[in-house]
Design a protein around this ligand. Sequence first.
Ligand SMILES: NC(=O)c1ccc[n+]([C@@H]2O[C@H](COP(=O)([O-])OP(=O)(O)OC[C@H]3O[C@@H](n4cnc5c(N)ncnc54)[C@H](O)[C@@H]3O)[C@@H](O)[C@H]2O)c1
Length: 432
Amino acid sequence: MRISIFGSGYVGLVTAVCLAKLGNEVICYDIDREKIDKLQKGIVTFFEPGLKDLIIKNLAEKKIFFTVDPLFAVRDRDIIFIAVGTPQKKSGEADLSYVKNAANEIGKNLKNYTVIVNKSTVPVGTGLLVENIIEKRNKHSFDVVSNPEFLSEGRALYDFMNPERIVIGSRSLRPKKIMNKLYESFSCPMINTKVETAEMIKYASNAFLATKISFINEIANICERVGADIEEVSYGMGLDSRIGNKFLNAGVGYGGSCFPKDVKALNNIAAVNEYDFKLLKSVIRVNNDQRKLIVEKAERLLGDLKEKKVCVWGLSYKPDTDDIRESAAIDIIKLFHKKGAIINAYDPKVNYDQLNKEVKFKNKIVFYMNKYDALKNCHGLFIATEWNEFRKADLKRIKSNLIEPNVIDGRNIFEIKSVNKHGFNYLSIGRS
Ligand SMILES: NC(=O)c1ccc[n+]([C@@H]2O[C@H](COP(=O)([O-])OP(=O)(O)OC[C@H]3O[C@@H](n4cnc5c(N)ncnc54)[C@H](O)[C@@H]3O)[C@@H](O)[C@H]2O)c1
């Protein structure tokens, strides 16, 4: 099929290369000219395992094209995906300005019947909004479909090619048939439903996963008080197939470009519709408190944090990505700064220049290219992200590089036995 994708970010690019791999011709359109110029040369501006190679391969095989020309992107397409950002406004509601701009551009340039697919995570009712915007600017027939994306950064290509379900929300048979044809090679359940239901499935899924994380973090906090071990509690719970073992790891709380904003957006949808979503409010509060807990633990080990030097390992919101959006590590560094601490930081993938541009740390922070160098002259180590290379770190070297052997393990990556053997002062999450 002839496909276009509005938005060449994580979701747009992964969708593009995967649909090209399945034999479709894909045009990627973005308003960011610099990004498109780079992509045309096979340069990807963020890290996602395997993505760069597939882009280069598809470019060479002329299966994928990059453009800033909306007419080229809209003309003669069977399907146009909208995969632009839907960040959070200060009020908590989703900012739909990018979606509206994309719909406007599509409406202006549409020349033949096309299925317009909302892949961005959008509040219930956005399908209708997009429909109205396009209708105002265009005389040709079209349909708007909701097809939310469930991929996870760090394993996005695998997730896209091996979905557990595909959700298609449509109003009539024509777009439904086209979308089902697009995905006919997938063997997972295909949920054909109303647009509104599809939009809600995405928010409800993310809110439920965030709830699991906040729930296990609360259990961890009780474990510490009663002498239970959260790792074994999670394992014991997760073996129950009704519960499942995923998203049941206690830690510093959820982050990233999706959970925080989607949970708040759903809470806002509830409020706008005069429903008090009490559970979700608690999920948000528990997540914020979990960040503060790390600073409390650091104070227990290091005392007053003023002028203390803390080494932070991991800055991305999770391993195998360089994405720092709503990363717990960044929030916690800001809390450390408020207490007067000085930070040395290391991350295997995060682009430090980009991070400095986006976060504008006002206080002292020094970035390192080597995790052991980052430890030098520090009073303690805080592990914020569970990168595999941290799990395999040499405890002897950590101890000899730190001034004091203090470790706050925000991801429970070390065995208590080993840290004890090496003589660390060690605090983790939910383990006494
Ligand atoms: N990142 C994830 O893991 C993930 C997973 C599932 C769903 N989602 C959802 O998918 C959507 C996109 O997320 P993302 O992480 O890919 O965002 P992103 O910020 O990485 O990319 C968005 C892209 O859209 C471009 N853009 C903005 N306005 C545009 C316009 N009018 N026309 C064309 N391009 C435009 C931006 O320049 C940017 O390149 C969001 O709604 C998000 O919630 C994200």
